[in-house]
Design a protein around this ligand. Structure first.
Ligand code: URA
Length: 439
């Protein structure tokens, strides 16, 4: 079978067999297929799309390119969660202890942030002492002992994704639904959970900006999970404005702790209750969304969810006292408000612009090797629909210096659209795509 013929077949719009996809992925990872041929194949996929069978075959060929985690030693149904990434998205910090406190074991591998969206590992590492560096044995033992653990993804998991993504990045083939779906799902499947809840973001701060694209991606991923025997559901949630108020690593940890105390922003709480309910149902701990929600609300009220975060921090070397005393989290040397220029109602907050402004302060990375500052970021005051008067603070900037804050303030102000009429905020939860809807 010549690689040329496989590229030609895809270029001409025909579906490839699973064995043919294995030849391509395996050959590429072993270095037998050069970048130019793989790039041509990726471009053919970009224009010709893939059937659900092909996308699943691509996903599984990627899973087979490296090691997989065997979580069978963990008791119970393991339910994982993945977000396609957003600005101010600290959901995992709340959800993992919350769901674990309701009896579902969570063994989560997370990544670092790149670009305008943050990563869970960076947020957790803003807690003094916390380490995400766990061996597979320690990771599994901690989930059995504590109920949850978060570790960094190791390089031996899905090496095909790293190589394919690097090639997609330089060949304008990132924005392809089958390539994105297989990239995300290969990592989730290799990470070993029995069931997966996907938070697919949609809007100005998301990878997928339109509902149509977000729905297509969500459906493609749910179908892959279904076909390989991992119960998978997707929630399409709004990312047209940042989630919650805080954007920046330590600031987001603070907000997550507040949410676990039963306080904190309403949108963050609602998203966590929605995603958490699906996780409880997939894990068999609740029969319907109402029962699941009630169970989670009870864990927030009783303090069990917060205690679970404390236990996880303690197990991973983090300062557990930060849960009671938020002043133990890193603090920026300088804070400054961003005053509104005019009276009116907040009509929109450009999430990507806020994410990029936080990155400019040092909260995120432009390049993989960049260091981040855990203390800096932006805390929004009004959100979409709120009324403001000229001079009111739109946000508070947490910066290393007064100069940094002054440099970023105009960008924060420009991210806000203020108009004369009250705008209705977009719904937070747009759609839930359940396992039964898999193609
Ligand atoms: N996130 C991933 O993990 N892979 C993609 O291809 C896009 C977003």
């Amino acid at each position: 079978m010549r690689v040329y013929d496989l590229i030609l077949k895809k270029r001409n719009g025909h579906a490839l067999e699973a064995g043919e996809i294995e030849v391509l992925v395996g050959g590429f990872v072993r270095g037998e297929i050069p970048d130019d041929q793989m790039a041509a194949f990726l471009m053919a996929v970009y224009f010709r799309d893939m059937t659900p069978e092909e996308t699943t075959a691509l996903t599984m060929a990627m899973v087979r390119s490296g090691a997989t985690l065997d979580l069978r030693a963990i008791r119970g149904v393991k339910v994982d969660k993945h977000s396609t990434g957003g600005v101010g998205d600290k959901t995992s910090l709340v959800l993992i202890p919350l769901v674990a406190s309701a009896g579902i074991p969570v063994a989560k591998l997370s990544g670092r942030g790149l670009g305008h969206t943050g990563g869970t590992l960076d947020k957790l590492e803003s807690i003094p002492g916390f380490s995400c560096d766990l061996t597979p044995e320690a990771f599994i033992a901690q989930v059995n002992r504590v109920g949850c653990a978060i570790a960094g993804q190791t390089a031996d998991l899905v090496p095909a994704d790293k190589r394919l993504y690097a090639l997609r990045d330089v060949t304008a083939t990132v924005e392809s639904i089958p390539l994105i779906a297989s990239s995300i799902m290969s990592k989730k499947i290799a990470a070993g959970a029995d069931a997966i809840v996907l938070d697919v973001k949609t809007g100005s701060g998301a990878f997928m900006r339109t509902m149509e694209d977000s729905r297509a991606l969500a459906r493609a991923m749910v179908a892959i999970g279904h076909r390989v025997g991992r119960r998978t559901e997707a929630v399409i949630s709004d990312m047209d404005q940042p989630l919650g108020f805080a954007v920046g690593n330590g600031l987001e940890v603070r907000e997550a702790v507040e949410a676990l105390r039963g306080e904190g922003p309403a949108d963050l709480r609602e998203l966590c209750l929605t995603l958490g309910s699906r996780m409880l149902m997939l894990g068999g701990a609740a029969a319907d969304p109402e029962a699941a929600r009630a169970a989670l609300e009870a864990r927030l009220r009783s303090g069990e969810a917060l205690a679970k975060l404390r236990a996880m921090l303690e197990a991973q070397g983090g300062d557990p006292g930060a849960v009671e005393d938020l002043s133990r989290l890193p603090r920026a040397a300088h804070t400054a408000p961003v005053p509104a220029a005019a009276d009116g109602f907040v009509q929109a907050i450009d999430a990507e612009a806020i994410g990029l402004a936080a990155m400019a302060l040092g909260a995120g990375r432009a390049h993989k090797e960049d260091a981040i500052d855990p203390a800096v970021g932006i805390v929004l005051t009004p959100k979409v629909g709120d009324r403001v008067a000229a001079g009111d603070s739109l946000a508070r900037i947490h910066a290393r210096t007064a100069e940094d804050a002054a440099r970023v303030a105009p960008r924060v102000r420009a991210a806000y659209t203020i108009g004369p009429v009250a705008a209705a905020p977009r719904p937070l939860i747009h759609e839930v795509i359940a396992c039964s809807e898999a193609a």
